[in-house]
Design a protein around this ligand. Structure first.
Ligand code: ADP
Ligand code: MG
Length: 402
């Protein structure tokens, strides 16, 4: 993909925007772009530099993402704490063409990495709560203040707020400002003597921390990763607005990643904000159990006709026995009865087939599973989600009462 119209090859120390940003290390990549940690010489901070592929359709997509990000950036500071912020944008010309670049605030690992790191066992429920609150505040802000649907919520698109500030702790974060391109024959995009040296330093620092932790536990054995989850600050932000749209002008019929796709999208019955709420429920389940809630596979096969009639109903099993969410949580995931009941009462309404019956982000924030168990201080929530306490859950209760 490093050819005309494709990615821009970056070397450590490369300069962008007239020397303002200096590439430090690759953070990740997607279908559209590579993302680099860069040092901003103007503000002496670290930023994430997203460099789009150069072909026309990618430039177009980047401009759309910039439009959405700029709209979002237009809010009160507290509202911005749970969505990624666009800092700057510019064009960069290289051997493969002209690349639209976005400068974003630097964030940490994705929730997917967090779940993997925890060996797919599911995170402690207090952490799940904290993450859910962050995502919901972000969604409430997007939905109500801007009328924007994210349309691609999944674990990869929620990033932890990095607890290590590279400017203050360059060794642990694996960087120290590289203000010039390293000398010598550098081959590829990431290998350089300086990078190797930094990596060695970072590895040594991590090893030292592990040894310290192990000796505190008195076990002479490196700590198991899942024990460290409690030490992780789980503030997080919603990222990747490449597919986001305004609810009044949806542009794609097929949205969302399959595992997180709402039923109305599969049926192509039109969609609105509630598609994000469906995906949110899938994320919450996955965080709490380590398993995806839905893993759809293609259903057509040579023997399909033996099992299904032409309406897609099972031929030989007339009544399906359902496994309610709370029972599933108890029986398969060994939740306590209280935890299972409370969590499934929170999730089940979000998984309603009827989109209009799903609670909104604002209503979810008032649900007993979250309300009163604040890990997010009030001054960090959006104003409106705090003041309209009586609108949310009381409405839901009225429905249940009837
Ligand atoms: P694409 O549009 O090409 O899919 P993404 O916006 O999803 O690009 O970014 C690709 C990857 O870069 C992400 O999965 C993540 O690992 C990393 N990344 C993106 N934005 C940031 C950020 N603000 N801070 C740190 N890493 C980021
Ligand atoms: Mg992406």
């Amino acid at each position: 993909s490093y050819r005309k119209g494709g990615y821009h090859a970056v070397r450590v120390g490369d300069q962008f925007a007239g020397g303002r940003y200096i590439a430090q290390r690759k953070l990740g990549w997607g279908q559209f772009s590579t993302v680099w940690l860069a040092y901003d010489t103007k503000t002496s901070t670290y930023v994430a530099l997203k460099i789009q592929k150069s072909a026309a359709q990618f430039v177009q997509a980047a401009l759309h993402e910039i439009e959405v990000l700029s709209a979002i950036a237009d809010g009160t500071p507290s509202n911005l704490k749970f969505v990624v912020q666009l800092i700057d944008q510019f064009k960069h010309t290289g051997p493969n063409g002209q690349h639209q670049c976005m400068v974003l605030e630097f964030l940490g690992d994705s929730l997917l990495r967090l779940v993997k790191y925890n060996r797919y066992k599911g995170l402690p429920l207090n952490k799940v709560r904290e993450i859910c609150q962050c995502i919901l505040i972000g969604l409430d802000y997007l939905h109500r203040e801007h009328g924007i649907i994210h349309t691609d919520l999944k674990l990869e698109n929620v990033l932890l707020v990095s607890t290590i500030d590279p400017a203050k702790d360059p060794v642990r974060s694996g960087v120290s400002p590289i203000l010039e391109r390293p000398e010598g024959n550098i081959n590829g995009t990431v290998t350089s003597l300086i990078e190797k040296k930094l990596k060695r330093r970072a590895r040594r620092a991590v090893a030292k921390i592990s040894v310290q932790r192990a000796s505190m536990g008195g076990m002479g054995e490196a700590p198991k990763p899942e024990r460290n989850i409690d030490g992780i600050n789980v503030r997080c932000k919603v990222v990747d607005f490449g597919n986001a749209c305004w609810a009044d002008k949806p542009f794609a019929e097929e949205i969302q990643t399959r595992q997180y796709r709402a039923p109305e999208v599969i049926l192509q019955a039109g969609y609105s904000f509630s598609v994000d709420m469906w995906s949110f429920a899938c994320i919450a389940f996955e965080l709490a159990t380590g398993d995806m809630l839905f893993t759809p596979k293609v259903g057509q096969g040579a023997k399909s006709k033996d099992f299904f009639d032409r309406h897609g109903d099972l031929k030989r099993i007339r009544r399906l026995k359902y496994w309610p969410l709370n029972k599933l949580l108890i029986e398969r995931y060994k939740f306590s009865e209280t935890d299972a009941n409370e969590f499934s009462e929170f999730l089940t309404p979000l998984l309603d087939f009827a989109p209009e019956k799903r609670p909104t982000a604002q209503q979810c924030l008032q649900h007993p599973w979250l309300a009163g168990k604040d890990s997010i201080p009030n001054d960090m929530r959006t104003e409106s989600s705090v003041e309209k306490v009586d609108v949310g859950i009381s409405n839901l209760k009225i429905k249940v009462g009837k």
